[in-house]
Design a protein around this ligand. Structure first.
Ligand SMILES: NC(=O)C1=CN([C@@H]2O[C@H](COP(=O)(O)OP(=O)(O)OC[C@H]3O[C@@H](n4cnc5c(N)ncnc54)[C@H](OP(=O)(O)O)[C@@H]3O)[C@@H](O)[C@H]2O)[C@@H](O)CC1
Ligand SMILES: Nc1ncnc2c1ncn2[C@@H]1O[C@H](COP(=O)(O)OP(=O)(O)OP(=O)(O)O)[C@@H](O)[C@H]1O
Ligand SMILES: [Mg+2]
Length: 347
């Protein structure tokens, strides 16, 4: 990105001043440290780069106007939810809504559905994933969905994974953007060909999921010293599928560029934070693709969407921790999605 900043020259001075005052008032720490934490590029740490990246995210956010109808700002589907895991698909689906999607669907097993419905009246819950007609039952909704998030709380049952494989194929055939997380990544590690070369896919592995994928696709034991290189290589090997490796810093690559997000989060590592990230990313991916490369200054829209979701998740964690400290849970983070989004992207 450092070589592509020409288009931003005109806004840079004012933007840097704005970020300076916002950063100081938000965090109260030295500007340079704040900005370096929040954004860095492969081989480049730049104040301007941070502002450019946040501005690119702001550029993809659709305006709230009276001219739109319900659904236009995003209809997202989450594929996951089984007997053991009902929280994860709920976290992902409600996060998509809180970021700004208009409708959020969950496609889960029969047993999980009433539980997920009971968490929230705002989600549309389909108890279809373990039905004999699962692929047809999900498939009939695909024409109405703008993005799919596959994996949170899916589990590893062979029948479910086989249905999800067919749902992935049907979604790819329709060109639907797909975020793959959690047990969806387990499936991809078994069958990388399922996602090979599909450039509307984003994978969001945690440390363990990344190692598993890396070993399956590259046959490499993970090089913990060179995370950027490892993420770049995995993305390239998968045919430029975007990869977001979550961790102390989040490393994001589309096989061409590498972004790093180290927005200040918190020391709490409670479960579900990755689900918040993947659900948020579902709606941001739709917005980014709809906005197109002109709005993202020629950069991959999925890279910009991923940077947005990582920054937002970590800011939610930071804000929730300021209020709740050690007792912070993902529910507290979800309550911060609105305020965190405003601070980051609606300044
Ligand atoms: N409330 C809910 O419903 C939630 C449900 N969820 C759902 O659970 C399902 C399984 O997902 P998962 O992430 O637990 O995966 P899995 O491969 O079993 O790994 C588990 C083991 O890996 C390790 N480990 C993990 N991270 C590590 C790290 N950074 N660095 C190092 N080690 C690390 C760690 O090993 P240990 O520390 O025990 O040695 C851990 O025990 C999936 O469907 C997901 O969506 C979650 O979304 C949470 C909220
Ligand atoms: N060591 C860390 N320091 C700061 N933030 C972290 C750290 N590890 C992860 N995160 C942040 O927490 C969020 C979730 O990442 P994590 O690796 O916990 O995902 P996950 O294991 O898939 O979560 P989940 O419990 O939802 O499955 C991301 O925004 C990531 O940036
Ligand atoms: Mg996870």
């Amino acid at each position: 990105m450092a070589t592509r900043t020409g288009a931003w020259a005109a806004v840079a001075a004012a933007a840097v001043v704005a970020v300076l005052s916002a950063a100081l008032s938000l965090y109260g720490s030295p500007l340079d440290a704040v900005l370096k934490r929040a954004f860095s590029l492969h081989n480049a740490h730049s104040v301007k780069g941070m502002e450019d990246a946040l501005q690119l995210v702001r550029n993809i956010v659709p305006p709230l106007t009276a001219k739109k109808h319900k659904g236009q700002d995003g209809r997202v589907g989450v594929v996951g939810g089984c007997r053991e895991y009902t929280g994860a698909p709920y976290f992902a689906a409600i996060s998509a809504l809180k970021v700004g999607a208009d409708l959020s669907h969950v496609f889960c097993t029969q047993e999980a559905a009433p539980v997920i419905k009971a968490y929230s009246p705002e989600l549309i819950v389909h108890p279809v994933l373990d039905s004999p007609d699962a692929v047809h039952d999900v498939g009939k909704w695909l024409p109405r969905l703008h993005a799919l998030v596959v994996g949170p709380g899916l589990g590893r049952d062979d029948v479910l994974l086989s249905n999800v494989k067919d749902i992935l194929e049907a979604s790819k055939a329709r060109g639907i953007p797909i975020v793959i997380d959690a047990d969806g990544l387990w499936l991809i590690a078994q069958q990388p060909a399922l996602i090979q070369g599909y450039q509307k896919a984003v994978l969001t592995p945690n440390h363990v999921e990344f190692s598993r994928l890396s070993e399956a696709v590259l046959g490499d034991p993970l090089d913990g010293q060179d995370r950027r290189g490892a993420v770049l290589r995995l993305s390239q090997a998968l045919g430029n599928v975007t990869v977001v490796q979550k961790g102390e810093r989040d490393v994001i690559s589309d096989g061409k560029q590498v972004l790093e997000c180290s927005q200040e989060g918190s020391g709490r590592r409670c479960g579900g934070q990755g689900d918040l990230l993947s659900g948020s990313l579902g709606v941001l991916v739709h917005w980014a693709l709809q906005a197109g490369p002109e709005r993202t200054d020629g950069f991959s829209p999925l890279l910009v969407a991923a940077f947005g979701a990582c920054t937002l998740t970590r800011q939610c964690s930071h804000q929730a921790f300021q209020k709740h400290g050690r007792s912070t849970t993902t529910t507290d983070m979800i309550a911060e999605v609105g305020p965190a989004f405003s601070r980051l992207f609606e300044t």
